[in-house]
Design a protein around this ligand. Structure first.
Ligand code: HEM
Length: 537
């Protein structure tokens, strides 16, 4: 199964080329019949009505009528590129994943960047989270690292995701605004969900206004597991760090660019690759053993928390290079189907309740977005390794499965060809011991919503703090309901009184009383994570 470094990348490219249509100068119907004329329909006389018999016109119009597919329910607007991931540090002691074993090995990738909220035609430079989704075409199957450019998330449990998205997307009665936030429904929801405090600090910061996709970090957000050949597991946090450094736009720049060139980020990525200026990221891991995890002072399963680098440093293990633009936006960028549940042996999940919900959501949504159960056969979604199973038929089936046997066990087919491997190669779920009983509640270890928001605020420079304050002021100036504005500012008092005051005063919002704020549940004067960072060696 092993090939030399780089061969995998070349063979992936060949595989994609094989499924593209070659240049032909003779136009035909989809059935291969040569067209007599591509400008005129068949009519009853020169000035007469068109004839239903005109199968050439009907085929052309029918196909056109069905050109659109539903856009993604979130992350609808994106831009993508091909490239490779090269391992620079072997990870044998942490994971058995084949593509993470040999230094120098290259794995082909397809990476899609996106905004979250706007529709497919919205502007690139709006204030929003950015998606950073990487599909690794490994020899053991596709592995997708479906991340964002912010290391934490708004909510702790997948149960709240539809509510979050209904609140953050354009309002349903008039489909405005296309940009994230800056409207009552968004601030109404997040002000009632204090767990969003940390994420909101990032979203109001320059991180939500990247200068370029090439100058943006990426994060796996959730804690995942790496499992080695001996079955030993480590928790892991994934980080992509751009070689060009992190850069943001100023808010007024972002707004002007949105008007002048809504494709600003898309064009920037495309042009850089066309001129051979290939964007590059380092892959960094925070590796945490089970013992350490219990002593962090916060819960690794809580996706509103990050692991401060001062507590667990980042180890660089590889680099990602994007060196080829897609040939066709629809076939590749639009039809690619990422899924956090696409893992390979040696990479596994944790019980993070947001991640667990995501594991259901992606295939489910793609069944309707990509029209049936066979979208894994689309060229962009096909793995580089062969796949065999007895799943059959369905809409848009492209494979021609041969023979009469589509079940297992069997004696009528080739039993040895279709075997399962319970040994080294087969995916073994990490045998995590589970707690009982069933319970529809959150762990109290998820309760501290403000410490890391304060940690983030304290980590910012004076200029960055001014940008955050201005961000909140702009947003709240668009919120029409006074009670919502007040709740946002009251929540900010839990993060930092000075911040709350600076946001509130110019807008005429009542400044919260620090004593009253301290009395409210959830308020923490001395953030646990901050203390932890300060005491770290
Ligand atoms: C896209 C659901 C949280 C990153 C999507 C899509 C859905 C979805 C339905 C559209 C997929 C498609 O049509 O192909 C959810 C749910 C979440 C959740 C239910 C929480 C319960 C997150 C989080 C992250 C994330 C925490 C970041 C770590 C992405 C990205 C895409 C995406 C990057 C776009 C993938 C692409 O470029 O095609 N999500 N999501 N999502 N999601 Fe999530």
């Amino acid at each position: 199964r092993k090939t030399k470094a780089g061969d995998a990348v070349a063979s992936r490219q060949k595989q994609l080329e094989a499924s593209s249509q070659g240049p032909e100068n003779l136009l035909t119907t989809n059935q291969g019949v040569v067209l007599p004329d591509n400008h005129n329909s068949l009519k009853a006389g020169l000035r007469g009505p068109s004839l239903l018999e005109d199968f050439i016109l009907r085929e052309k119009i029918t196909h056109f009528d069905h050109e659109r597919i539903p856009e993604r329910v979130v992350h609808a607007r994106g831009a993508a590129a091909h490239g490779y991931f090269e391992l620079t540090r072997p990870l044998v002691e942490y994971t058995k994943a084949d593509f993470l074993q040999e230094v120098g090995s290259r794995t082909p990738v397809f990476v899609r960047f996106s905004t979250v909220v706007g529709s497919r035609g919205s502007a690139d430079t709006v204030r929003d989270v950015r998606g950073f989704a990487v599909k690794f075409y490994t020899r053991e199957g596709n592995y997708d690292l479906v991340g964002n450019n912010i290391p934490v998330f708004f909510i702790q449990d997948a149960m709240k995701f539809p509510d979050l998205v209904h609140a953050i997307k354009a309002e349903p009665h008039n489909e405005m605004p296309q940009a994230a936030s800056a409207h009552d429904t968004f601030w109404d929801f997040v002000s009632l969900m204090p767990e969003s405090a940390h994420m909101l600090m990032w979203v109001m910061s320059d991180r939500a206004l990247p200068r370029s996709y090439r100058m943006m970090e990426g994060f796996g957000v959730h804690t995942f597991r790496l499992v080695n050949a001996r079955g030993v597991s480590h928790f892991v946090k994934f980080h992509w760090r751009p070689k060009l450094g992190k850069h943001g736009l100023a808010w007024d720049e972002a707004q002007k660019i949105a008007g002048k060139d809504p494709d600003f980020h898309r064009r920037d990525l495309w042009d850089a690759i066309e001129r051979g200026d290939f964007p590059e990221w380092e892959l960094g891991l925070q590796l945490i053993d089970e013992d350490r995890a219990g002593r962090l002072g916060f819960d690794l399963l809580d996706p509103t928390k990050l692991v401060p680098e001062e507590v667990v440093p980042i180890t660089t293990v590889g680099r990602l290079v994007l060196n080829r633009n897609p040939d066709n936006f629809f076939a590749e960028t639009e039809q690619v189907a990422f899924h956090p549940g696409h893992v390979v042996p040696g990479i596994d999940f944790t019980a993070d309740p947001l991640l667990q919900g995501r594991l259901f959501s992606y295939t489910d949504t793609q069944l309707s977005r990509l029209g049936g159960a066979n979208f894994h056969e689309l060229p962009i979604n096909r793995g580089v390794c062969p796949f065999h199973n007895f799943q059959r038929d369905g809409m848009h089936r492209m494979l021609i499965n041969k023979g009469r046997v589509a079940y297992e066990p069997n004696t009528l087919g080739n039993g040895s060809e279709f075997r399962v491997d319970g040994g080294e190669q087969g995916f073994q779920s990490y045998p995590e011991a589970l707690e009982s009983p069933k319970i529809r509640r959150r762990s109290p270890s998820f309760d501290d919503h403000f410490s890391q928001a304060t940690l983030f605020w304290n980590s910012q420079s004076a200029a960055e703090k001014e940008h955050i304050i201005a961000g909140y002021q702009f947003e709240l100036s668009k919120v029409e309901t006074p009670a919502i504005r007040q709740r946002v500012v009251d929540n900010l008092a839990h993060v930092d009184m000075r911040l709350a005051r600076k946001v509130a005063e110019p807008l005429g919002i009542a400044v919260p009383d620090p004593k009253a704020a301290a009395g409210r549940s959830g308020f923490r004067e001395a953030p646990a994570t901050k203390a932890l960072v300060e005491s770290a060696p």
